[in-house]
Ligand binder design. Structure first.
Ligand code: SAH
Length: 254
């Protein structure tokens, strides 16, 4: 019997943003692995085993799922958003690279999902309409010094910047430091979008300026998009403004 490991993106919120491919993969799986709260978003199907694990156990989770698939089962590992963006697909690749040679023969499918950055952007307008980059602000897996260097380079090069993992209880000061650093490259009026729990019942979106960004609450369920010098805001009567980054840049200095 040949096993299969599917790494499935659940999208940002409820099942309206789940792709058909992800839905079919979840139905086909004999066993599901993932961070508990993500697994809770998958409807229960009888006969399907569930293996929830903690957020920080990605390596062990990937190995357990690979072993299970190698025994012949159809196994799914789930991630919120897209599994390739700061999530399980890279952990699975790493486990395959360092694991037994036989795992390289396994059937692996990475099934994409809508990542948080795209979901938040869609709520505000088109902030990612021109060149952009994405950074995780978490210094669990890399030194803070490197994060500072990348923020500097990204803002200096004129990218719109999506910030994943902006704050956690263990990382209370990093976000304010990041805004200060970005303020050295960007005007205080630069639009900043805070999207929290987008796609879920408790969704909230706040549009601020870089100068006032430090006053807006953010947590682990928040994704932040910091505009570039070109990003602008269109005020609208009775509705929240549209934030967009034009498709064209006129001069190199921008
Ligand atoms: N694989 C995920 C990202 C994992 S990192 C994806 O593609 O979206 C976790 C970070 O993603 C969170 O700290 C937050 O910054 C962001 N995030 C995930 N879901 C979100 C949502 N529904 N709304 C806003 N941000 C979200």
């Amino acid at each position: 019997m040949s096993g299969r490991l599917m790494v499935i993106g659940l999208g940002p919120g409820d099942d309206r943003t789940l792709t058909r491919e992800a839905h079919d993969g979840l139905l086909a799986a004999d066993a599901l692995y993932g961070y508990g709260p993500y697994l809770d978003r998958v409807p229960v199907r009888s006969g399907q085993a569930r293996h929830p694990s903690d957020n920080r156990e990605e390596g062990a989770r990937a190995e357990a799922a690979l072993r299970h698939a190698f025994e012949g089962a159809k196994v799914a590992i789930v991630s919120g958003g897209d599994p390739g963006v700061f999530a399980m697909a890279a952990s699975v690749c790493e486990a395959i690279e360092t694991g037994p040679d036989a795992w390289r023969g396994l059937d692996i499918a990475i099934i994409p999902g809508i990542t948080a950055m795209l979901a938040v952007a869609s709520r505000a307008g088109a902030p990612l309409g021109h060149d952009f980059c994405a950074l995780s602000l978490s210094d669990n897996l890399k030194p803070w010094e490197l994060i500072e260097r990348r923020l500097d380079a990204a803002a200096g090069a004129g990218f719109v910047i999506a910030l994943y993992n902006p704050v956690s209880r263990a990382r209370p000061w990093q976000l304010a430091k990041a805004f200060t650093l970005l303020g050295r490259h960007l005007p205080g009026a630069t639009p900043v979008i805070f999207g929290r729990a987008v796609g879920r019942v408790d969704e909230s979106v706040t549009i601020a300026t870089l100068a006032a960004a430090g006053e807006i609450a953010a947590d682990m369920a928040t994704l932040i998009i910091v505009g570039s010098r070109e990003t602008r805001l269109i005020a609208r009567p009775g509705q929240s403004p549209l934030v967009y980054t034009p498709r064209a840049v006129e001069s190199v200095s921008a």
